[in-house]
Design a binder for this molecule. Sequence first.
Ligand code: V47
Length: 361
Amino acid sequence: MEKALKEAGFSEIYEKILSNTRLNAEDGERLYSTTHLPALGYLANLVRERLNADRAYYVYNQHINYSNICINLCKFCAFGKKRSHPEAYEMSIEDIASKIRERKDEPITEVHIVGGLNPDLPYHYYLDMLRAIKAERPEIHIHAFTCVEIAHLADISGQSITQVLKDLVDAGLGSMPGGGAEIFSPRVRKKICPKKLPGKDWLEIAKVAHRAGIRSNATMLYGHIETIAERVDHLLALRKAQDETGGFLCFIPLSFHPDNTKMAYLPPPGGIDDLKNIAVSRLLLDNFSHIKAYWIMLGPKVAQIALSFGADDIDGTIFEEKITHMAGADTAQAMSRTEIEHIIQQAGRIPVERDTLYNPV
Ligand code: V47
């Protein structure tokens, strides 16, 4: 492999990885630009196995997307709708409680909740939602509301981010998912999500949450109009924030799905780019313990290969995912525990069911 690493121009990066020396932006750009995919995968796998050995994590979870009505209507998103749209919907608290009730006999440990920025839902809706879920299933971990939703809740309630987070935790919030980060570059945000909060605010809210003891995830939406330099900047901004707080649990690269979006003219990223994003994020984010290959977006086959390219997690059973499926995902809506364990074992890894905070179940 040393010959292959040399041919790829990775000798210096290999030395850095062996000596645990942090990679810089130039290294990141070199890794992204390579055509030597096996050499890149080898490097990422070294770090993956150093941190997580042969373990591949998954969670028994359920997704609830409470409303798709959204005031931002980002160009890359097929989920958000205007209220007047025939597919617009909003779930009542009772609808949400009954979704939880329907699956009470399954060993679900996490409910993952995100939605659009619906201008008509009052602040107490979000608190009532958390309380209703806890009333149905007190032991469940609620992984809910991205930094974008938290900023919206501060807007509609007139309260500080800190107070909103405190209210949500009092009502049952456990941790926050990593969506809404997209790409931090102001150039790209202006074009693809001009109404969404700026990247620096997303990072600030994540850090406020971490300082309040709330763990969260981080994402990056790739494969649209961003440059390699902008991907690297995004990853290094996350690494800097993680140095400050240590509050991120996991990083999830999100593969752009163009169907039914205002950017449907773009081709979707291919498998090579999917694997590069897993591998480069594993190598640059040296202070993140976990990299997730989100099977809903990658498909189970690429997710399996990703387990040898830096990823140590494939998310979970899911059930009823809407955001990616409305944008043309052809993956299933759910996988059983047996199916998940099977694809992990086929990839030569040891399946470990985890809770949201990565404690083995
Ligand atoms: O916030 C929207 C992105 C996110 C598209 O934290 C799109 O545990 C691709 O964040 N193509 C939702 N991506 C998914 C997400 C997530 C998934 C799994 C686990 C976790 C976690 C978080 O997907 C959105 C947005 O950033 N997105 N539209 C699209 N067309």
